[in-house]
Design a protein around this ligand. Structure first.
Ligand code: AHR
Length: 497
């Protein structure tokens, strides 16, 4: 099979905001306890953070990490996680049926984020709580004033404000599963008023309003929420998890097309409201939860009552296989290809809970299959995304969609490094693909690296002892021809002038 990408250096979609390579740590399962924090671990640092995990997170080069939830935040008291640790209350977490000792809260997490080389994207509780706690939290984290919460932070040992720039106005408030779930009207009013006081406490912060949870749900929610919050917010959120419960790999690999349509849909709502309001400001998108999630769901349902009301329950511990990595690769390319409007995104999540990094208590930390497309995206996918014209064969998935392109790609020009990076997935399960590139605007272009993620077995996994799915170098052909193996993810790096 043959495919062709046509592009031009001058025709760009947008500059990539590095925050699209963000991730997410929720106070859930073993993400925090036994994940990032394990004081007895042999690699633990002076604050009890696992050094082996920090090393892997630094490798992933994650510029921003959302915290502390997720569903968890909608029942959370942020004040429980500050100050003297011996006095912190143990609380029932009603979102996930666990108990949280609060040994890690924002005091510790902001320090962990620094050590990881990331900034914090903080979410406030607009489920069981409201605007008062939200503005107090902004004051505690960010204020230099001689005022109660800023002084409380100082008394807790932090003279300097944490300087948290990005704040989420709740989490998935459209969902009946959410503690304090609201109608669009209820949420819209609350979010607007919370936003107002939060920005009065610190007018440099950026705010994310909750969009609806998933493409299937968008519509009235976006319209009503943006209608009310438009002057106060900067972003609207999107969340997506794909699964292969049907074991239909051609369909699973095609799912990233939905993500593309979802983004276009939310952009349309943002711009409709912009036009309605004759606003100068453009609302951009924060895709602050995205991933594959399904492997652990059956087990979690069976274990629903086991270890209930304990800390660090084994929950959402998906073990990812090779085809999941292909889907994650396609999803990341979709985000890159919308660099004009998607300015932040969080791979959900980062450690142990539907995560690229897994740990065992007291033992190893290792990279799951999905680690690799994210790692190469985050480390090399910087610069401007080019607009492309793709010529490729297509396939139909009965009962789902027609004309799914075999080739998924993104083309990124990094002017500073003098590099052009092409990411590509060949969705065909049977045929290799010859790839032709016709990219104008460069005096010269030389391929110097071709990395491939491939395994014969689509269900191959990595575990703590064996890394079966890992990228390999592909030998570069003297004639410049490029072949993308059947069901493979690829990164091609060119030196350009
Ligand atoms: O990431 C896991 C959960 O998925 C989050 O808590 C919630 O926001 C979403 O439904």
């Amino acid at each position: 099979m043959k495919s062709k990408i046509t592009a031009n250096k001058r025709f760009i979609i947008g500059d990539i905001d590095r925050r699209i390579y963000g991730s997410f740590i929720e106070q859930l399962g073993r993400a925090v306890y036994e994940g990032i924090y394990e004081p007895d671990h042999p690699t633990a640092d002076d604050q009890g953070f696992r050094g082996d995990v920090l090393e892997l997170v630094r490798k992933l080069n994650v510029p921003i990490v959302r915290y502390p939830g997720g569903n968890f935040v909608s029942g959370y008291n942020w004040e429980d996680g500050i100050g003297d640790r011996s006095k912190r209350p143990k609380r029932m977490d009603l979102a996930w049926g666990a108990v949280d000792s609060n040994q890690v809260g924002i005091d510790e997490f902001q320090e962990w984020a620094k050590r990881a080389g990331s900034e914090v994207m903080m979410a406030v509780n607009l489920g069981t709580r409201g605007m008062d706690e939200a503005r107090n939290c902004v004051e505690y984290c960010n204020s230099k004033a001689d005022s109660y919460y800023a002084n409380l932070r100082r008394a807790n040992g932090f003279d300097e404000p944490f300087g948290i720039k990005v704040w989420c106005l709740g989490n998935e408030m459209d969902g009946p599963w959410q503690l304090g779930h609201k109608t669009a009207e209820e949420y819209a009013r609350l979010a607007a008023e919370a936003a107002k006081v939060m920005k009065r406490a610190d007018n440099t912060i950026q705010l994310v309003a909750c969009g609806s949870t998933g493409y299937g749900r968008i519509g009235d929610w976006e319209y009503k929420v943006l209608d009310e919050t438009y002057p106060f917010v900067d972003y609207v959120s999107l969340h997506t998890y794909f699964d292969n419960k049907e074991n239909n790999t051609p369909k699973f690999l095609a799912r990233s097309e939905e993500m593309h349509e979802y983004i276009n849909g939310v952009v349309a709502y943002c711009d409709a409201l912009k036009a309605k309001k004759k606003a100068k400001k453009t609302i951009n998108l924060s895709y602050d939860e995205w991933n594959v999630w399904f492997h652990s769901q059956q087990q979690d349902a069976l274990n629903k009552d086991r270890d209930r009301w304990t800390e660090a329950r084994h929950q959402l511990e998906d073990v990812y296989n090779f085809e999941d990595a292909l889907v994650v690769g396609c999803m990341l390319m979709t985000l890159q290809n919308h660099s004009d409007r998607v300015k932040m995104a969080c791979l959900a999540q980062l450690v142990n809970v539907i995560a690229p990094i897994m740990t065992e208590k007291g033992g190893k930390a290792w990279a799951q299959t999905i680690f690799y497309p994210f790692f190469y995206g985050s480390n090399y996918g910087n610069g401007a995304t080019l607009r492309t014209m793709i010529e490729t064969d297509t396939y139909d998935v009965a009962g789902y969609r027609r004309e799914v392109p075999y080739l998924v790609s993104s083309v990124i020009y990094n002017a500073e490094a003098g590099e052009l990076v092409v990411y590509a997935v060949n969705r065909s399960l049977d045929e290799d693909m010859e790839l032709e590139l016709d990219i104008e605007g460069f005096a010269s272009r030389k391929l110097f690296e071709h990395l491939e993620l491939y395994h014969d077995d689509l269900k191959a996994i990595n575990d703590k002892d064996v890394e079966r799915v890992a990228p390999a170098k592909v030998e570069i052909n003297a004639d410049g021809s490029i072949v993308l193996k059947k069901h493979s993810w690829n990164m091609l790096r060119f030196k350009v002038d």
